[in-house]
Design a protein. Structure first.
Length: 317
C-alpha cells in the first residue's frame, strides 16, 4: 500500500501517523517494523521515527503471506453474488443454506471457500466483518487486509456499521413498531441455542432490537428490524419472545409449513470505508423463497430500504 503524504500528515513521525491517523494497532506496527521492506519512504527503508514531509510516498507492506493462511481453507468454484468489491473490502450477497466458514460438516460449500477461489492468485485470509447464520441470506461484509479488518472492527464496536434485516413472522406483533429489550444467554443444554435470560442465569448479555411492520397478512407479517446489539440469534429469539417467531424457525417455535429455513434476510448494510471514510450503502432484494410466503413484502421492503439511508435510520431508530 502506498500513501501520498499531504499537508495534514506532514511533520508527524511515521509511528504517530500510523497509530493515530490510520488506527494501526501495536501488533500491526510491530509486524511492519520487523518485516523486510515493511516501511519505506520514496522507495527507501526508514524507521518509524522518520518525520514525514509533504509529498513523501509512504510505502507499507501489508500483504498477506503464505504462513498467514489456513491450510484447511480449500478454494472451491461456487456461485456467489458480489455486492461490493475493492482492494480493502468484499461484500457478498449470501444465499440461504450457505455457511459463512468451513466446519466439520461443511468443508467445501462456504462463503470462505468461494472467496478463496476468487482470490486464489494471492495468499487468502478469510476475515468476516459481520457473520450470518447458515440459513440467513443477504449482505455479509469481509475485509481483505489485516488493517481493514482492524478498522472495520473499530467501526463495528462504535456502532458505525448499520444493518437492517427483513424477517417474515408467524403472526403479527401487537405494536406496529417498537423496541425489544430482553437480555439473552446461552441455553444450558446447548452450545448453539439462546434464550431470554431470567434472574439467576449466568452469561446474560443486554440485547436491543427495533422493528417496524412493513406488511401484515393473515398468516405472516413482514417486519424490518435493526439489531442495535449483535447477540447470537438475537432477532430470532426476540421475535419468538413477543409471540411472533420467524417463519421456518423451528428452533424457536416457528412453523416450517411454507419455508424450510428461518425467514431472515440481511437487506441493507451501510458502513464507512476504511480508507477514506466515505459512506457505502448496499441493498439486497428479498429472495424468492421469502417473497413466496409473503408476496407483498418484496414491494414494501424495496420502498422502505431504498430511501436515503440516513433519513431511514432516523425514522426507525
Amino acid at each position: 500500500m502506498t500513501i501520498q503524504i499531504d499537508k495534514i500528515a506532514a511533520g508527524k513521525t511515521i509511528r504517530d501517523y500510523l497509530r493515530v491517523d490510520l488506527g494501526y494497532s501495536g501488533g500491526m506496527l510491530k509486524r511492519l517494523k520487523f518485516m523486510e521492506g515493511g516501511i519505506t519512504v520514496n522507495g527507501k527503508f526508514v524507521t518509524v521515527r522518520y518525520v514525514l514531509q509533504e509529498g513523501d510516498c509512504l510505502g507499507l507492506r501489508m500483504d498477506d503471506r503464505p504462513e498467514d493462511t489456513c491450510p484447511y481453507m480449500i478454494p472451491v468454484d461456487l456461485p456467489l453474488k458480489i455486492a461490493y468489491e475493492d482492494a480493502y473490502l468484499t461484500a457478498v450477497d449470501k444465499p440461504p443454506a450457505m455457511p459463512a466458514h468451513p466446519s466439520h460438516s461443511h468443508r467445501l460449500d462456504t462463503v470462505a471457500n468461494a472467496l478463496a477461489f476468487r482470490y486464489a492468485d494471492a495468499p487468502f485470509v478469510f476475515r468476516p466483518v459481520n457473520r450470518l447464520d447458515r440459513d440467513t441470506s443477504g449482505l455479509m461484509l469481509t475485509a481483505r487486509t489485516k488493517l481493514a479488518a482492524f478498522q472495520m472492527y473499530q467501526h463495528m464496536t462504535r456502532g458505525n456499521i448499520r444493518k437492517l434485516y427483513i424477517a417474515i413472522l408467524c403472526g403479527t406483533p401487537i405494536e406496529p413498531c417498537g423496541e425489544i429489550c430482553l437480555s439473552l444467554c446461552r441455553c444450558p443444554d446447548s452450545i448453539i441455542q439462546r434464550k431470554v435470560a431470567q434472574e439467576g442465569d449466568t452469561g446474560a448479555k443486554d440485547a436491543r432490537t427495533v422493528y417496524r411492520v412493513l406488511y401484515a397478512g393473515e398468516t405472516y407479517t413482514a417486519v424490518l428490524a435493526a439489531p442495535i446489539t449483535g447477540r447470537t440469534h438475537q432477532l430470532r429469539v426476540h421475535f419468538s419472545a413477543i409471540g411472533c417467531p420467524l417463519a421456518g424457525d423451528t428452533m424457536y417455535g416457528g412453523s416450517d409449513a411454507d419455508i424450510p429455513r428461518h425467514a431472515l434476510h440481511a437487506a441493507h448494510l451501510s458502513f464507512p470505508h476504511p480508507q477514506d471514510g466515505r459512506n457505502i450503502s448496499l441493498y439486497s432484494p428479498l429472495p424468492d423463497d421469502m417473497a413466496a410466503i409473503c408476496p407483498m413484502a418484496r414491494d414494501a421492503l424495496e420502498q422502505a430500504v431504498q430511501k436515503e439511508a440516513k433519513k431511514y435510520f432516523q425514522d426507525i431508530l
